[in-house]
Design a protein around this ligand. Sequence first.
Ligand code: TYD
Ligand code: MG
Length: 458
Amino acid sequence: MAKTTKTTFFCKNCGAESPKWVGRCPQCGEWNTFIEEPVAPKTSKGRLTTGSSHEPVTPIKIADVKAEDLPRIKLPSGELNRVLGGGLVPGSIVLIGGEPGIGKSTLVLQNVLRIRNRRVLYVSGEESPQQLRMRADRIARGRMDCECYLLCETALENIFASIQSEPPGLIIVDSIQTIASDALESAAGSVSQVRECAAALLRYAKQTLTPVVLVGHINKEGSIAGPKVLEHIVDAVLQFEGDRQYMYRILRSIKNRFGNTSEIGIYEMKEDGLREVTNPSEMLLSQSDEPLSGTAIGVTMDGARPFLIEVQALVSTAAYGTAQRSVTGFDQRRMNMLLAVLEKRVGFKLAQKDVFLNIAGGLRVSDPAMDLAVICAILSSNVDMPLAKGICFTGEVGLSGEIRSVTRIEQRIGEAAKLGFESIVVPKGNLKGVRTGQMAIKLIEVARVEEAFRHLFG
Ligand code: TYD
Ligand code: MG
Protein backbone atom coordinates (compact mmCIF):
# COMPACT_ATOMS: atom_id res chain seq x y z
CA MET A 1 0.00 0.00 0.00
CA ALA A 2 1.28 3.41 -0.85
CA LYS A 3 2.27 5.59 2.01
CA THR A 4 -0.39 8.28 2.27
CA THR A 5 0.48 9.84 5.59
CA LYS A 6 1.66 13.38 5.16
CA THR A 7 4.09 14.76 7.68
CA THR A 8 5.19 18.22 8.66
CA PHE A 9 7.89 19.48 11.00
CA PHE A 10 6.91 21.45 14.06
CA CYS A 11 9.00 23.45 16.48
CA LYS A 12 8.58 21.95 19.96
CA ASN A 13 9.15 25.32 21.51
CA CYS A 14 6.85 27.69 19.66
CA GLY A 15 4.81 25.53 17.30
CA ALA A 16 6.21 26.98 14.06
CA GLU A 17 5.67 24.75 11.02
CA SER A 18 8.05 23.84 8.25
CA PRO A 19 7.78 21.33 5.41
CA LYS A 20 11.46 20.41 5.91
CA TRP A 21 13.59 19.83 8.96
CA VAL A 22 15.54 22.89 9.99
CA GLY A 23 18.22 23.15 12.62
CA ARG A 24 17.24 26.53 13.97
CA CYS A 25 13.66 27.67 14.32
CA PRO A 26 13.17 30.80 12.20
CA GLN A 27 10.39 31.97 14.53
CA CYS A 28 11.77 31.57 18.05
CA GLY A 29 15.45 31.08 17.29
CA GLU A 30 15.79 27.86 19.31
CA TRP A 31 18.15 25.16 18.03
CA ASN A 32 17.23 21.59 17.32
CA THR A 33 13.58 21.88 18.27
CA PHE A 34 11.98 20.61 15.05
CA ILE A 35 10.20 17.26 15.18
CA GLU A 36 8.35 15.38 12.48
CA GLU A 37 4.64 14.78 12.98
CA PRO A 38 1.98 13.27 10.76
CA VAL A 39 -0.78 15.66 9.76
CA ALA A 40 -4.19 15.13 8.24
CA PRO A 41 -4.76 16.69 4.84
CA LYS A 42 -6.59 19.96 5.24
CA THR A 43 -9.79 18.95 3.48
CA SER A 44 -13.11 20.10 4.81
CA LYS A 45 -13.70 16.57 6.09
CA GLY A 46 -10.46 16.45 7.94
CA ARG A 47 -11.05 19.73 9.76
CA LEU A 48 -12.43 19.60 13.23
CA THR A 49 -15.86 21.04 13.75
CA THR A 50 -18.01 21.44 16.79
CA GLY A 51 -21.23 20.99 14.91
CA SER A 52 -21.97 24.50 13.67
CA SER A 53 -22.64 25.41 10.07
CA HIS A 54 -21.43 28.62 8.48
CA GLU A 55 -23.87 31.40 9.14
CA PRO A 56 -23.66 34.78 7.45
CA VAL A 57 -21.68 37.19 9.58
CA THR A 58 -21.76 40.98 9.71
CA PRO A 59 -19.19 43.27 11.28
CA ILE A 60 -20.34 45.70 13.98
CA LYS A 61 -19.19 49.27 14.40
CA ILE A 62 -17.09 49.67 17.53
CA ALA A 63 -19.19 52.61 18.74
CA ASP A 64 -22.31 50.45 18.63
CA VAL A 65 -20.88 47.84 20.92
CA LYS A 66 -22.25 48.22 24.44
CA ALA A 67 -19.30 48.76 26.75
CA GLU A 68 -20.71 46.98 29.75
CA ASP A 69 -18.55 45.15 32.17
CA LEU A 70 -18.18 41.52 31.27
CA PRO A 71 -20.25 39.39 33.60
CA ARG A 72 -17.96 37.20 35.64
CA ILE A 73 -18.50 33.78 37.07
CA LYS A 74 -17.16 33.95 40.58
CA LEU A 75 -15.12 30.94 41.59
CA PRO A 76 -14.99 29.80 45.20
CA SER A 77 -11.33 30.71 45.60
CA GLY A 78 -10.92 34.43 46.12
CA GLU A 79 -7.25 34.32 45.13
CA LEU A 80 -8.08 32.60 41.86
CA ASN A 81 -10.76 35.19 41.10
CA ARG A 82 -8.32 37.98 41.72
CA VAL A 83 -5.66 36.48 39.46
CA LEU A 84 -8.29 36.03 36.76
CA GLY A 85 -9.24 39.70 37.09
CA GLY A 86 -12.51 39.18 38.96
CA GLY A 87 -13.70 35.71 37.97
CA LEU A 88 -14.15 33.58 34.89
CA VAL A 89 -15.52 35.29 31.81
CA PRO A 90 -18.21 33.28 29.98
CA GLY A 91 -16.84 31.85 26.77
CA SER A 92 -13.25 32.34 27.81
CA ILE A 93 -10.58 29.71 27.81
CA VAL A 94 -8.00 29.71 30.58
CA LEU A 95 -4.83 27.69 30.74
CA ILE A 96 -3.38 26.73 34.11
CA GLY A 97 0.21 25.66 33.61
CA GLY A 98 2.73 24.24 36.01
CA GLU A 99 5.23 21.50 36.59
CA PRO A 100 3.90 18.01 37.28
CA GLY A 101 2.97 17.54 40.93
CA ILE A 102 2.78 21.22 41.81
CA GLY A 103 -0.96 21.04 42.55
CA LYS A 104 -2.84 22.05 39.41
CA SER A 105 -5.40 19.26 39.64
CA THR A 106 -5.85 19.96 43.33
CA LEU A 107 -6.46 23.65 42.70
CA VAL A 108 -9.00 23.00 39.98
CA LEU A 109 -10.83 20.17 41.75
CA GLN A 110 -10.99 22.11 44.97
CA ASN A 111 -12.75 24.96 43.22
CA VAL A 112 -15.05 22.71 41.25
CA LEU A 113 -16.22 20.92 44.39
CA ARG A 114 -17.39 24.16 45.91
CA ILE A 115 -19.30 25.44 42.89
CA ARG A 116 -23.05 25.30 43.44
CA ASN A 117 -25.82 25.63 40.85
CA ARG A 118 -23.59 25.09 37.88
CA ARG A 119 -23.02 21.85 36.07
CA VAL A 120 -19.31 21.24 35.79
CA LEU A 121 -17.71 18.67 33.53
CA TYR A 122 -14.30 17.54 34.72
CA VAL A 123 -12.55 15.75 31.87
CA SER A 124 -9.51 13.87 33.06
CA GLY A 125 -7.15 12.08 30.75
CA GLU A 126 -4.76 11.25 33.54
CA GLU A 127 -6.73 9.81 36.41
CA SER A 128 -9.55 7.35 36.92
CA PRO A 129 -12.87 8.34 38.55
CA GLN A 130 -11.78 6.42 41.67
CA GLN A 131 -8.55 8.38 41.93
CA LEU A 132 -10.41 11.63 41.48
CA ARG A 133 -12.97 10.64 44.08
CA MET A 134 -10.21 9.81 46.55
CA ARG A 135 -8.65 13.21 46.02
CA ALA A 136 -12.06 14.87 46.31
CA ASP A 137 -12.65 13.07 49.62
CA ARG A 138 -9.40 14.40 50.95
CA ILE A 139 -10.21 17.94 49.90
CA ALA A 140 -13.93 18.18 50.63
CA ARG A 141 -14.10 15.69 53.52
CA GLY A 142 -17.21 13.93 52.25
CA ARG A 143 -19.24 16.98 51.26
CA MET A 144 -20.19 16.27 47.67
CA ASP A 145 -23.25 18.44 47.12
CA CYS A 146 -21.88 19.91 43.90
CA GLU A 147 -22.93 19.37 40.30
CA CYS A 148 -19.60 17.95 39.21
CA TYR A 149 -19.50 15.22 36.56
CA LEU A 150 -16.39 13.25 35.78
CA LEU A 151 -15.41 12.06 32.34
CA CYS A 152 -12.23 10.05 32.07
CA GLU A 153 -11.65 10.29 28.37
CA THR A 154 -8.87 11.23 26.00
CA ALA A 155 -10.67 11.35 22.64
CA LEU A 156 -11.77 14.86 21.74
CA GLU A 157 -14.71 13.63 19.65
CA ASN A 158 -16.05 11.61 22.58
CA ILE A 159 -15.81 14.63 24.83
CA PHE A 160 -17.85 16.71 22.38
CA ALA A 161 -20.35 13.87 21.93
CA SER A 162 -20.88 13.64 25.68
CA ILE A 163 -21.73 17.32 26.04
CA GLN A 164 -24.24 17.43 23.18
CA SER A 165 -27.22 16.24 25.21
CA GLU A 166 -26.54 18.12 28.42
CA PRO A 167 -24.18 21.08 27.98
CA PRO A 168 -22.15 21.87 31.09
CA GLY A 169 -21.74 25.34 32.55
CA LEU A 170 -17.99 24.89 32.92
CA ILE A 171 -15.54 22.47 31.36
CA ILE A 172 -12.23 21.43 32.90
CA VAL A 173 -9.72 19.55 30.77
CA ASP A 174 -6.96 17.95 32.82
CA SER A 175 -4.61 17.91 30.99
CA ILE A 176 -4.71 19.20 27.43
CA GLN A 177 -1.63 17.12 26.62
CA THR A 178 -3.56 13.89 27.11
CA ILE A 179 -6.39 14.77 24.72
CA ALA A 180 -6.21 13.73 21.07
CA SER A 181 -8.47 14.05 18.06
CA ASP A 182 -9.13 11.30 15.51
CA ALA A 183 -8.80 13.84 12.72
CA LEU A 184 -5.06 13.98 13.26
CA GLU A 185 -2.69 11.09 13.09
CA SER A 186 -0.12 12.35 15.54
CA ALA A 187 -0.02 11.21 19.14
CA ALA A 188 -1.56 13.00 22.10
CA GLY A 189 0.71 15.70 23.43
CA SER A 190 2.24 16.49 20.06
CA VAL A 191 2.25 20.05 18.82
CA SER A 192 -0.47 19.52 16.24
CA GLN A 193 -2.76 17.63 18.62
CA VAL A 194 -2.46 20.10 21.44
CA ARG A 195 -3.00 22.97 19.05
CA GLU A 196 -6.01 21.47 17.28
CA CYS A 197 -7.70 20.22 20.46
CA ALA A 198 -7.29 23.58 22.16
CA ALA A 199 -8.59 25.36 19.06
CA ALA A 200 -11.65 23.08 18.91
CA LEU A 201 -12.36 23.70 22.60
CA LEU A 202 -11.92 27.42 21.99
CA ARG A 203 -14.50 27.34 19.20
CA TYR A 204 -16.89 25.48 21.46
CA ALA A 205 -16.30 27.96 24.28
CA LYS A 206 -16.95 30.99 22.07
CA GLN A 207 -20.03 29.49 20.41
CA THR A 208 -21.74 28.35 23.58
CA LEU A 209 -20.29 30.90 26.01
CA THR A 210 -19.10 28.06 28.19
CA PRO A 211 -15.90 28.82 30.08
CA VAL A 212 -13.18 26.22 29.62
CA VAL A 213 -10.22 25.66 31.92
CA LEU A 214 -7.30 23.75 30.48
CA VAL A 215 -4.60 22.26 32.65
CA GLY A 216 -1.21 22.07 30.95
CA HIS A 217 2.11 20.64 32.01
CA ILE A 218 5.23 22.69 31.71
CA ASN A 219 8.35 21.00 30.51
CA LYS A 220 11.67 21.66 32.07
CA GLU A 221 12.55 24.48 29.69
CA GLY A 222 9.71 26.35 31.32
CA SER A 223 7.56 26.85 28.27
CA ILE A 224 4.12 25.36 28.44
CA ALA A 225 4.67 21.79 27.28
CA GLY A 226 6.50 22.40 24.07
CA PRO A 227 3.36 23.84 22.53
CA LYS A 228 3.87 27.44 23.45
CA VAL A 229 1.24 27.75 20.75
CA LEU A 230 -1.35 27.38 23.48
CA GLU A 231 -0.40 30.74 24.85
CA HIS A 232 -1.63 32.40 21.66
CA ILE A 233 -4.87 30.47 21.55
CA VAL A 234 -6.15 30.90 25.07
CA ASP A 235 -7.53 34.05 26.72
CA ALA A 236 -5.56 33.76 29.93
CA VAL A 237 -2.49 31.87 31.04
CA LEU A 238 -2.02 31.29 34.75
CA GLN A 239 1.17 29.73 35.97
CA PHE A 240 1.25 27.74 39.17
CA GLU A 241 4.71 27.68 40.62
CA GLY A 242 6.60 27.04 43.79
CA ASP A 243 9.39 25.09 45.33
CA ARG A 244 8.32 21.55 46.06
CA GLN A 245 10.43 21.47 49.23
CA TYR A 246 8.28 24.24 50.62
CA MET A 247 4.53 24.25 50.82
CA TYR A 248 3.96 27.66 49.29
CA ARG A 249 2.57 27.99 45.81
CA ILE A 250 2.18 31.11 43.73
CA LEU A 251 -0.42 31.47 41.03
CA ARG A 252 0.73 34.07 38.57
CA SER A 253 -1.07 35.52 35.61
CA ILE A 254 1.19 35.63 32.54
CA LYS A 255 -1.41 36.66 30.03
CA ASN A 256 -4.95 37.84 30.58
CA ARG A 257 -7.29 39.31 28.01
CA PHE A 258 -9.78 40.27 30.72
CA GLY A 259 -7.61 41.64 33.47
CA ASN A 260 -4.14 42.74 34.34
CA THR A 261 -1.18 40.45 34.71
CA SER A 262 0.26 41.92 37.85
CA GLU A 263 -1.91 39.92 40.23
CA ILE A 264 -0.61 36.92 42.09
CA GLY A 265 -2.35 34.46 44.37
CA ILE A 266 -0.58 32.66 47.18
CA TYR A 267 -1.52 29.23 48.46
CA GLU A 268 -0.19 26.76 50.93
CA MET A 269 -0.38 23.01 50.24
CA LYS A 270 -1.88 21.14 53.19
CA GLU A 271 -2.88 17.50 53.65
CA ASP A 272 -6.44 18.44 52.74
CA GLY A 273 -5.74 20.58 49.73
CA LEU A 274 -4.65 24.12 49.10
CA ARG A 275 -5.26 26.86 51.61
CA GLU A 276 -5.35 30.48 50.51
CA VAL A 277 -2.78 32.70 52.10
CA THR A 278 -4.44 36.07 52.35
CA ASN A 279 -1.67 37.69 54.35
CA PRO A 280 1.64 36.41 52.99
CA SER A 281 3.72 38.73 55.12
CA GLU A 282 2.68 37.06 58.33
CA MET A 283 3.70 33.69 56.95
CA LEU A 284 7.05 34.94 55.69
CA LEU A 285 8.14 36.67 58.87
CA SER A 286 9.56 34.58 61.64
CA GLN A 287 7.68 34.75 64.91
CA SER A 288 10.75 35.21 67.06
CA ASP A 289 10.38 38.01 69.62
CA GLU A 290 14.05 38.27 70.32
CA PRO A 291 15.88 40.34 67.73
CA LEU A 292 18.55 38.30 65.97
CA SER A 293 21.66 39.57 64.31
CA GLY A 294 21.84 39.03 60.59
CA THR A 295 18.15 39.36 59.85
CA ALA A 296 16.48 42.28 58.16
CA ILE A 297 12.98 42.69 56.83
CA GLY A 298 12.47 43.96 53.34
CA VAL A 299 9.32 45.18 51.65
CA THR A 300 9.05 43.63 48.21
CA MET A 301 6.43 43.66 45.49
CA ASP A 302 5.36 40.75 43.40
CA GLY A 303 3.08 42.02 40.70
CA ALA A 304 0.82 44.53 42.37
CA ARG A 305 1.13 42.93 45.75
CA PRO A 306 3.42 44.18 48.48
CA PHE A 307 4.72 41.85 51.12
CA LEU A 308 7.30 41.78 53.83
CA ILE A 309 9.90 39.14 53.78
CA GLU A 310 12.80 38.24 55.99
CA VAL A 311 16.38 38.19 54.74
CA GLN A 312 18.92 36.24 56.72
CA ALA A 313 22.65 36.66 56.33
CA LEU A 314 25.58 34.97 57.94
CA VAL A 315 28.97 36.57 57.64
CA SER A 316 31.98 34.78 59.05
CA THR A 317 35.72 34.91 58.62
CA ALA A 318 36.78 32.84 55.64
CA ALA A 319 38.52 29.71 56.85
CA TYR A 320 40.07 28.83 53.50
CA GLY A 321 41.81 30.85 50.85
CA THR A 322 38.78 31.85 48.84
CA ALA A 323 35.77 33.29 50.54
CA GLN A 324 32.53 31.37 50.05
CA ARG A 325 29.32 32.88 48.75
CA SER A 326 26.09 31.01 48.97
CA VAL A 327 22.67 32.42 48.17
CA THR A 328 19.13 31.03 48.20
CA GLY A 329 16.21 32.98 46.84
CA PHE A 330 18.25 35.94 45.62
CA ASP A 331 20.48 36.54 42.61
CA GLN A 332 24.08 35.65 43.45
CA ARG A 333 25.57 38.18 41.05
CA ARG A 334 23.45 40.90 42.56
CA MET A 335 24.67 39.93 46.02
CA ASN A 336 28.29 40.08 44.82
CA MET A 337 27.62 43.53 43.48
CA LEU A 338 26.13 44.62 46.80
CA LEU A 339 29.14 43.21 48.65
CA ALA A 340 31.46 45.19 46.40
CA VAL A 341 29.47 48.33 47.16
CA LEU A 342 29.81 47.58 50.87
CA GLU A 343 33.55 47.14 50.53
CA LYS A 344 33.94 50.45 48.80
CA ARG A 345 31.54 52.45 50.99
CA VAL A 346 31.65 51.05 54.50
CA GLY A 347 34.94 49.17 54.56
CA PHE A 348 33.50 45.68 54.49
CA LYS A 349 36.47 43.31 53.92
CA LEU A 350 35.08 41.32 51.05
CA ALA A 351 37.90 38.87 50.39
CA GLN A 352 38.18 37.68 53.97
CA LYS A 353 34.54 36.91 54.63
CA ASP A 354 32.26 34.01 53.89
CA VAL A 355 28.77 35.28 53.15
CA PHE A 356 25.62 33.16 53.22
CA LEU A 357 22.30 34.68 52.31
CA ASN A 358 18.84 33.24 52.55
CA ILE A 359 15.38 34.55 51.77
CA ALA A 360 12.90 33.08 54.22
CA GLY A 361 10.03 30.86 53.11
CA GLY A 362 11.72 29.41 50.03
CA LEU A 363 10.61 32.31 47.86
CA ARG A 364 12.72 33.84 45.13
CA VAL A 365 12.76 37.59 45.00
CA SER A 366 13.90 39.60 42.04
CA ASP A 367 12.62 43.00 43.15
CA PRO A 368 15.62 45.38 43.34
CA ALA A 369 13.95 47.09 46.29
CA MET A 370 15.19 44.18 48.41
CA ASP A 371 18.79 45.42 48.06
CA LEU A 372 18.65 47.61 51.13
CA ALA A 373 17.34 44.80 53.32
CA VAL A 374 20.05 42.46 51.98
CA ILE A 375 22.76 44.99 52.75
CA CYS A 376 21.40 45.64 56.23
CA ALA A 377 21.21 41.91 57.01
CA ILE A 378 24.82 41.46 55.92
CA LEU A 379 25.98 44.44 57.95
CA SER A 380 24.05 43.29 60.98
CA SER A 381 25.66 39.86 60.83
CA ASN A 382 29.07 41.37 60.22
CA VAL A 383 28.99 43.49 63.36
CA ASP A 384 26.93 40.84 65.17
CA MET A 385 24.34 43.34 66.29
CA PRO A 386 20.62 42.83 65.81
CA LEU A 387 18.70 45.59 64.08
CA ALA A 388 16.16 47.57 66.05
CA LYS A 389 12.84 45.83 66.56
CA GLY A 390 10.02 46.85 64.25
CA ILE A 391 12.16 48.26 61.44
CA CYS A 392 11.91 47.32 57.80
CA PHE A 393 13.59 48.40 54.58
CA THR A 394 12.87 49.16 50.98
CA GLY A 395 15.28 50.62 48.44
CA GLU A 396 17.44 49.78 45.51
CA VAL A 397 21.20 50.16 45.87
CA GLY A 398 23.19 51.65 43.00
CA LEU A 399 26.83 51.04 42.14
CA SER A 400 28.09 54.16 43.84
CA GLY A 401 26.26 53.29 47.03
CA GLU A 402 23.30 55.58 46.42
CA ILE A 403 19.86 54.40 47.53
CA ARG A 404 17.55 54.66 44.56
CA SER A 405 13.81 55.17 44.44
CA VAL A 406 11.49 52.21 44.19
CA THR A 407 8.06 51.78 42.59
CA ARG A 408 4.78 51.95 44.48
CA ILE A 409 6.32 53.35 47.63
CA GLU A 410 2.93 54.21 49.14
CA GLN A 411 1.72 50.65 48.90
CA ARG A 412 4.92 49.34 50.45
CA ILE A 413 4.73 51.76 53.36
CA GLY A 414 1.05 50.97 53.79
CA GLU A 415 1.74 47.24 54.05
CA ALA A 416 4.49 47.76 56.63
CA ALA A 417 2.23 50.04 58.68
CA LYS A 418 -0.63 47.55 58.47
CA LEU A 419 1.59 44.86 59.93
CA GLY A 420 2.50 47.04 62.86
CA PHE A 421 6.05 48.01 61.94
CA GLU A 422 7.32 51.06 63.76
CA SER A 423 9.67 52.43 61.16
CA ILE A 424 10.62 51.96 57.53
CA VAL A 425 13.82 53.02 55.82
CA VAL A 426 13.04 54.46 52.39
CA PRO A 427 15.13 56.07 49.63
CA LYS A 428 15.51 59.82 49.94
CA GLY A 429 13.43 61.64 47.36
CA ASN A 430 11.09 58.71 46.90
CA LEU A 431 8.41 60.39 48.95
CA LYS A 432 7.94 63.30 46.57
CA GLY A 433 4.26 63.80 45.98
CA VAL A 434 3.32 61.21 48.58
CA ARG A 435 1.03 62.34 51.35
CA THR A 436 2.82 61.13 54.46
CA GLY A 437 0.66 62.93 57.01
CA GLN A 438 -1.62 60.08 57.96
CA MET A 439 0.95 57.32 57.88
CA ALA A 440 1.16 55.52 61.19
CA ILE A 441 4.79 54.61 60.73
CA LYS A 442 8.04 56.49 61.15
CA LEU A 443 9.73 57.18 57.82
CA ILE A 444 13.52 57.24 57.71
CA GLU A 445 14.90 58.66 54.48
CA VAL A 446 18.40 57.68 53.44
CA ALA A 447 20.34 58.74 50.38
CA ARG A 448 23.44 56.56 50.68
CA VAL A 449 24.56 53.22 52.08
CA GLU A 450 26.90 54.93 54.56
CA GLU A 451 23.98 56.90 55.90
CA ALA A 452 21.96 53.76 56.46
CA PHE A 453 24.94 52.18 58.20
CA ARG A 454 25.39 55.16 60.51
CA HIS A 455 21.73 55.23 61.25
CA LEU A 456 21.60 51.57 62.21
CA PHE A 457 24.84 51.09 64.06
CA GLY A 458 25.69 54.62 65.14
P1 TYD B 1 -1.66 17.39 41.96
O1 TYD B 1 -2.79 18.35 42.10
O2 TYD B 1 -1.98 16.03 41.49
O3 TYD B 1 -0.55 18.02 41.01
P2 TYD B 1 -0.59 18.28 39.42
O4 TYD B 1 -1.98 18.14 38.92
O5 TYD B 1 -0.07 19.67 39.26
O6 TYD B 1 0.33 17.30 38.79
O7 TYD B 1 -0.97 17.29 43.40
C1 TYD B 1 0.37 17.53 43.64
C2 TYD B 1 0.86 17.09 44.98
O8 TYD B 1 0.17 17.67 46.04
C3 TYD B 1 0.78 15.61 45.17
O9 TYD B 1 2.09 15.08 45.06
C4 TYD B 1 0.30 15.43 46.56
C5 TYD B 1 0.11 16.78 47.12
N1 TYD B 1 -1.18 16.95 47.81
C6 TYD B 1 -1.19 17.38 49.13
O10 TYD B 1 -0.16 17.58 49.75
N2 TYD B 1 -2.40 17.55 49.75
C7 TYD B 1 -3.59 17.32 49.10
O11 TYD B 1 -4.66 17.50 49.70
C8 TYD B 1 -3.55 16.90 47.73
C9 TYD B 1 -4.81 16.62 46.99
C10 TYD B 1 -2.34 16.72 47.13
MG1 MG C 1 -2.75 16.58 37.69
